[in-house]
Design a protein around this ligand. Sequence first.
Ligand SMILES: [Zn+2]
Length: 213
Amino acid sequence: MYALGRWWGVLVYLIVGRPTMLVDTGPAGHAPKILDAVLRAGVDPAGIERIVLTHYDYDHSGSAADLALQLNAPVAVHAADAPLLARPAASPGLRRWLYHPPIPRLLRWTPLTPDETLEDGDALGGWRVMHTPGHTPGSLSLLRGETCIVGDALVYGNGRLRQNVAHLAMDLDVQRASARRLARSGAQVVLPGHYAPCTDPAAMRGLRRTLGV
Ligand SMILES: [Zn+2]
């Protein structure tokens, strides 16, 4: 698999195999750059079978509609985020201010009805869907062996893995429970939605210590 690049700080991953999938799409307007990166990785974009979004936030989902159109690939999101991807103004709590109409317009983000919804335990080839809510109601992670794509359920920076910030959490207790579940998942390579992949086992040990897992 590849970390194709980082746009507005958002990492876009390409999983090659059965199925070949893009995971997250960066903000709106980045489809051409992502497709260039796919080609640079030596992968035929026509082989991309699915676009999986770790959650509905516009920095992760912005280019999904364009890519779906160009690749003729379905967009999949967890069932709990599907209504928010289609109608983000329904976001609960403080999050609804993130989707107050001028902001999506400014970011050229348009709502999207996903083609598929995912649930905890679903299998995508060898990858297992984990429902890891808290940052959003339908945040998901993808686990395969010791590798886990975690979206914004965990953040990696300054050598530390930690939960995402409280002010963006839809529910802090739920977010903490998801972080604990990820810490217990056996993942050693953690691929977050922002900044950089984490391949340092000490960071996972630190997270487990912090969470008392
Ligand atoms: Zn997010």
